[in-house]
Design a protein. Structure first.
Length: 150
């Protein structure tokens, strides 16, 4: 969409990714990234943690399966995707705003640890072939006798 804002978030997974498969076979992984801003306090001359932001994220298809196989709670990630805002009202009339991110790319951060990449071949079911059209049997044409000419 034109109103989607592309952004990058760096943070830690709050829980193991929740991998689900839809009826059509598509995979989706849902997870939350916690990102804390570090700020420098000039008066104290030291770094301090700012407020932590918790961002609900979604990733689809093979990337969702790879995420589920690769990252766990506490993994530091770099995620890039579309940020979406949803406004809603609770039953008691309070107005709320929720932000979620639809992930285009995600990977482990290499800032504090090394990661070993393992390439695997994902096995997927073959696409179903449409049933071949079967033509009705053709009846042989009746042979007609030619009239004898004298």
């Amino acid at each position: 969409m034109a109103n989607d804002m592309q952004t990058t978030v760096v943070g830690n997974l709050c829980d193991d990714p929740e991998l689900k498969f839809l009826e059509n076979g598509s995979a989706v992984a849902n997870f939350t990234v916690a990102s804390t801003l570090r700020v420098y306090d000039k008066v104290k001359e030291e770094w301090a943690d700012g407020e932590t932001m918790f961002l609900r994220c979604h990733v689809w298809n093979v990337q969702a399966e790879n995420l589920g196989d690769s990252l766990v709670k506490g993994s530091r990630v770099v995620a890039y995707g579309s940020l979406r805002q949803t406004r809603w009202e609770s039953k008691n009339g309070e107005k709320h705003v929720t932000f979620e991110m639809n992930i285009d790319e995600i990977g482990a951060s290499l800032k504090f640890r090394a990661v070993k990449i393992v390439t695997t071949q994902r096995v997927t079911a073959p696409e179903p072939k449409p049933e071949e059209e079967v033509a009705p049997p053709v009846k042989p044409a009746k042979k007609t006798r030619k009239a004898k000419t004298a």
